[in-house]
Design a binder for this molecule. Sequence first.
Ligand SMILES: [Zn+2]
Length: 265
Amino acid sequence: MTGHHCWGYGEDDGPSEWHRYFPIAQGNRQSPINIIANQAVFNPSLNPLVLSYDHCTSINISNNGHSVMVEFDDLDNQTVISGGPLNDSYRLKQFHFHWGTHGQGSEHTVDGKSYPCELHLVHWNARAYPTFEEAAAASDGLAVIGIFLDTGGQHPGLSRLTDALYMVKFKGTKAQFDNFNPKCLLPSSLEYWTYPGSLTTPPLNESVIWIVLKEPIKVSEKQMDRFRKTLLFSGEEEDERIQMVNNFRPPQPLNGRKVQASFKG
Ligand SMILES: [Zn+2]
C-alpha cells in the first residue's frame, strides 16, 4: 500500500490488508457475514419493513474507484425507510453494488452460497444525528439494505443504470442521474434477516443495522457483464487500466452475534 487511505481489492491492498490502516477490521461487529439460515432466530415482534421511496430524488452516478454509486438528495425525509428492526426513519443517502466473476460477487453469503452481485442501499438516521458522517460514527446511525442479484432474465429496472455506466467508466468520474427510483430494484418479498454490523469498506465503522433481503432479484448475465466490462478501478490518467471486478469483502466472524429473521424457517 502506498498511502494511508489507499485501499482496494488487489493482492497488496485488499481486504486481508485493511486492518493495517483500519484496525477495526478485526473488531467484533464486522460485515459482511455468512448467514446460516437455520441458526437465524425468527422474531415475531419484528415489524415489516416500510420503504417510502415515492419520490425520485436521485442526483448523480459516480465511480469512486471501488464501486459505482448513485447519490440521493437527503436534505429532508423524502426518501426513507422505517419499520423492520428500526426505531426511527432512516434517509436514503446512496446505493452501490459489489460484484465478481464465476458466481461470486456478493458480500453476504447464505449457507455458504454467494450470489453474483449485491446491492447496498445506504440510509442514515437524520433525527438522531446532524450529518451522515456523524451517523456513520454511531452504533445505530446507519441502516443498509442488502439485496442479492442472481442470474436470470433481463431486469428492466436495472437497464437504465447499466446504460449509464459508460459515463462513469473511470475512477473519479460523475454524471447526472436524476429521476431514478430504486423501488424498481426491490424483490417482491421484503422478508429479511437483520443483525448489527459494519461498513464493508474502509473505514469499516461498526455503525450499521444490516437488513439483508432473503429474495434475490434476477438480472441477466449480459447486464452483469456491463458492470464487469465497462467500469475500471483506475483513473483516466493512469497507464494501467484495471477492470472493476471482485470488489467484495469476504464474510467476517460472527463473534456471538445473533441474526434475526422476520420470517419463519
Ligand atoms: Zn457496499
